[in-house]
Design a protein around this ligand. Structure first.
Ligand SMILES: [Fe+2]
Length: 411
């Protein structure tokens, strides 16, 4: 419950710098208004815990029955979800009512947790863990969605009140670290007390050749060389689907600088390049005579490191206004945090994959087509949320997440 309150508070802290008008913004169909994130994360606990675990005992007092369908995101087995691209028209319930909804569900959950025991309490704990990891995913989306919305405003508003101090760190030299291949195990091996999403299982064997992985992420300065060399105009570097999209630069590069959560800023040359699609990451890698790592290659290197290190989101960084990719410091591999790393691997079920039972099976399984896996978390991923086996996934043209590039090579 302590963890529950801590995570719920962080969601509210992320929305604290935003006005009610900001909380209503939906910059495009794939992004959601902050107010919707506040409500939908609450809906998850309401629908999957209070409705299913408390209602049979007749103890659940719903805040508003209608919210059970209004804030359903994509769970078809729970009824027809409200149109994703139209979430911005939901001016009612207002922000204050959504906060009241959050407080109501929190109170009901705490009461339920103190009442249940035995197998019912164990099930509650499993669902609470899933609900909290779900909320952490939406915490990242709150930042990336509002960044997109603010970027559309010609005033280039800043999410943070305080200016970001200039980065003085110079990125370390990029090196390629050799890794011996073989038959290796990847995926989540269940351990008591450890959480993983269903798509990280089962643990299974894969064959990996000898390869080398870059010691850090690709920087803005390095990516700028690709742009100056005409990288975006050289069709031989591009996959056809990417070429047809006509990208010209990373999403937020403009006027010689970059739009950030601090508004328009000078380009941070040594910080990792971010907001690039899979196609741009892939074209850049080809230009360098390299390739993107597979998810297995990434994982066998990343599991040697602590997943809680790195430039990830936490209360302290949020309070300091330090939410953005940072130059690689000596000793840092940047495997966790900074930017999600596009991998060469399609998002597919692992051999023997079994989705969660019931409507929760829709959480990950039904998206296993036409997307690629990203690894490692970003500066907007809450610390404690990501791990070496974690599989994020997005369509290849996606650019509004903090997505970047790490290179790999065959040996
Ligand atoms: Fe969700």
């Amino acid at each position: 419950l302590e963890e529950f309150h801590r995570i719920r508070r962080l969601t509210e802290a992320l929305c604290a710098p935003l006005s009610p008008e900001d909380c209503q913004l939906q910059g495009f169909a794939d992004a959601s208004p902050p107010k919707w994130h506040l409500a939908h994360t609450t809906w998850f606990f309401d629908r999957f815990i209070l409705q299913e675990l408390a209602s049979p005992a007749g103890s659940h007092v719903p805040f508003d029955e209608r919210f059970l369908s209004l804030f359903n995101s994509y769970y078809q087995r729970l009824g027809v979800p409200f149109t994703r691209g139209a979430r911005g028209v939901l001016s009612r319930p207002g922000l204050a009512e959504v906060h009241a909804y959050r407080a109501h569900v929190d109170e009901q959950l705490v009461q339920l947790a103190t009442r249940l025991d035995g197998e019912a309490a164990a099930e509650l704990e499993r669902r609470l863990a899933l609900g909290l990891h779900h909320e952490q995913q939406h915490q990242e989306l709150i930042l990336t969605d509002i960044k997109y919305s603010l970027s559309l405003n010609p005033l280039a508003p800043s999410y943070f009140d305080a200016p970001l101090p200039e980065a003085t760190v110079v990125a370390t030299t990029e090196r390629f670290l050799p890794v011996e291949g073989g038959i290796v195990e990847i995926g989540h091996a269940p351990r008591r007390g450890s959480f993983a999403f269903d798509n990280e299982s089962p643990c299974h064997r894969v064959c990996v050749g000898d390869f080398a992985l870059a010691s850090r992420l690709v920087t803005n300065a390095e990516f700028e060389e690709f742009v100056r060399d005409g990288g975006y105009r050289r069709s031989e570097l591009w996959l056809a689907d990417g070429w047809d999209r006509g990208f010209q630069a990373p999403l937020y590069w403009r006027d010689g600088g970059e739009f950030t959560l601090h508004g328009l800023r000078p380009m941070a040359a040594h910080a990792p390049v971010t907001h690039v699609s899979y196609y741009e990451a892939d074209a850049y890698a080809r230009w360098r005579g390299c390739r993107l790592p597979t998810e297995a290659e990434w994982e066998i290197v990343a599991r040697r490191e602590s997943a809680s290190g790195g430039n990830l989101l936490d209360e302290a960084r949020l309070a300091e206004g330090r939410v953005g990719p940072e130059p690689a410091a000596p000793g840092s591999s940047q495997l966790f945090g900074d930017v999600w790393e596009w991998t060469a691997s399609a998002y597919l079920p692992y051999p023997g994959f079994r989705p969660l039972c019931g409507a929760l099976g829709e959480y990950n399984a039904k998206f296993m087509a036409s997307q690629h896996v990203l690894r490692g978390g970003s500066c907007a991923t809450p610390r404690g949320h990501v791990r070496a086996t974690y599989r994020n996934f997005f369509p290849l043209e996606t650019r509004w997440q903090f997505t970047g590039v790490r290179l790999a090579r065959d040996l």
